[in-house]
Design a protein around this ligand. Structure first.
Ligand SMILES: [Zn+2]
Length: 90
């Protein structure tokens, strides 16, 4: 696969992005769940949760972790809360 070299040529291009349809809120931290397009920035309601819980809910290898924690966006955190609530019976 050799498209890495091609990509490098475009590096000179100025930061003009052609897709302006993405006017929605953008953050800096992408959600740790690979299938999710959300943002895990704290200002956008993102949270950091244990990778073990994430593994339980989303499955092995479907997320990216950092130091045992996974940064997730707000909707994903909701899913997590719902899931863990059902599990624990106090
Ligand atoms: Zn998410």
């Amino acid at each position: 696969m050799g498209f890495k070299a091609k990509e490098r040529k475009h590096k000179e291009a100025r930061g003009e992005s052609s897709d302006k349809k993405k006017a929605a809120k953008t953050g800096e931290l992408p959600c740790g769940i690979r299938s999710c397009q959300g943002w895990a920035d704290k200002s956008l309601g993102g949270r950091s949760i244990s990778r073990i819980d994430v593994q339980d809910i989303w499955g092995d290898g479907s997320f990216s972790e950092s130091k045992g924690r996974v940064k997730v966006c707000k909707p994903c955190y909701r899913v997590y809360k719902k899931e863990t609530k059902d599990d624990k019976e106090y």
